[in-house]
Write a protein that binds this ligand. Structure first.
Ligand code: AMP
Ligand code: MG
Length: 374
């Protein structure tokens, strides 16, 4: 019997998970959020430090296990935000020393993928859509190979930035999904699939420009300064009744006629466009590698329209579609403990000086990991 405790701290979420023989006994977490604006890494790391000890206690209580029963401590080694990753590493080392337990360094992205197999999928293509990462992956010859990915922004960060332009706080994904439900009016946006990869920054610029037009319609982005009546000194005439060509009010009136969309329409159109791009690349990956299962993972996979689009594509191709439950989709430590246990059983563990020497890997890629446990 093996019980492993896992620690997640890569970005906005600090979590503790406990797994026993592939079964998740506890998966508790606390997430850093903002009213407006994105993640400030140092603030998120402070949040993690504050909640860590309480969450360890809570997880042990929930799982009804004691330290004596735990065989190893898994932690997210990377990729992620360095200040946040360091909180997880330090907590893992502290607990490892105190309870004399080996450490198991886990790649966060690979954990998102491996937890997908808890749904029953055996050898799927994985569409991994999270905050900072967006990849289409399949396992082959000892590695998770990346068949397509974003060339610039992660899909979640892209949606969060779009939400920020709309004045919504972090995380923006769920709020944008609600907005999108109130529209069926598709506004054309750039569709940027490049081979098997996608890019999102151009779409984001296009959306920002469209949002700026809505904002200009409601309140000018800049104001004319208050000024005394303009006088023609020579003729002593007031020009106050004259509409100048570059008057902001005039521009607004012109804009009003051009704008035929709402924020809801933009949210709807954004989702239809970028999810279609990801579904298209995933379908090509399925066709290319000849696999018959698709697993959706990462926080953006919580989006019900995204799930629906994947499901329809799979039905049309005669493939099976899987999506883990929500608690296992977003960043969580259940998946870190789950993969930690699999790695522990395959003999991957660090003790003594080797554990001391472990460091964070903020930029580690999915396809760098040697998957020796499969
Ligand atoms: P992760 O990095 O895997 O924890 O995923 C976090 C990302 O998922 C954030 O960018 C969220 O905005 C996004 N997200 C969460 N729920 C949804 C949703 N319902 N629709 C779209 N994005 C979402
Ligand atoms: Mg993640």
């Amino acid at each position: 019997m093996v019980i492993v405790l896992g620690i997640e701290s890569t970005a906005h979420t600090f979590g503790i998970g406990i797994v026993k023989n592939g079964k998740i006994l506890a998966n508790v977490k606390d997430a850093y959020t903002t009213e407006s604006g994105g993640i400030i890494p140092i603030d998120s790391a402070k949040h993690h430090s504050l909640v860590a000890d309480e969450l360890v206690k809570k997880a042990l209580n929930e799982a009804k296990v004691s330290w004596k029963e735990i065989k190893g401590i898994a932690f997210s080694q990377g990729p992620g935000l360095s200040p946040c990753l360091l909180v997880g590493l330090r907590k893992a080392k502290e607990l490892s020393k105190k309870h004399k337990l080996p450490l198991i360094p886990v790649n966060h992205c690979v954990a998102h993928l491996e937890i997908g197999r808890i749904t029953g999928a055996k050898d799927p293509v994985l569409l991994y859509a999270s905050g900072a990462n967006t990849q289409i992956i399949a396992y082959s010859s000892g590695k998770y190979r990346i068949f397509g990915e974003t060339l610039d922004l992660g899909i979640g960060n892209f949606i969060d930035t779009f939400a920020r332009y709309l004045g919504l706080g972090f995380p923006g994904g769920p709020k944008v999904e609600q907005l999108a439900k109130n529209s069926k009016n598709y506004i054309e946006l750039p569709y940027t699939v490049k081979g098997m990869d996608i890019t999102l920054s151009g779409i984001l610029t296009n959306l920002r420009q469209k949002i700026e037009k809505i904002n200009l319609d409601n309140k000018p982005l800049y104001h004319l300064p208050d000024h005394p009546p303009l006088l023609d000194n020579v003729n002593n005439k007031s020009y106050d009744n004259i509409n100048f060509k570059n008057d902001v009010t005039l521009n607004n009136l012109e804009n009003k006629n051009k704008i035929n969309y709402t924020k809801e329409d933009l949210a709807f159109s954004m989702q239809e466009t970028v999810f279609a791009m990801l579904v298209e690349v995933s379908e090509r990956a399925l066709a290319h590698v000849g696999k018959k299962e698709l697993v959706l993972g990462g926080g953006v996979a919580c989006n019900s329209r995204f799930q629906e689009m994947c499901r329809v594509m799979c039905e049309e191709r005669g493939c099976k579609f899987y999506v883990p439950e929500k608690n296992l989709l977003v960043d969580n430590a259940g998946m870190i403990a789950y993969l930690g246990e699999i790695m522990f059983k395959a003999g991957i563990k660090f003790e003594g000086m080797k554990a001391e020497d472990l460091d964070i890997k903020p930029r580690e890629r999915t396809d760098e990991i040697n998957v020796t446990w499969r």
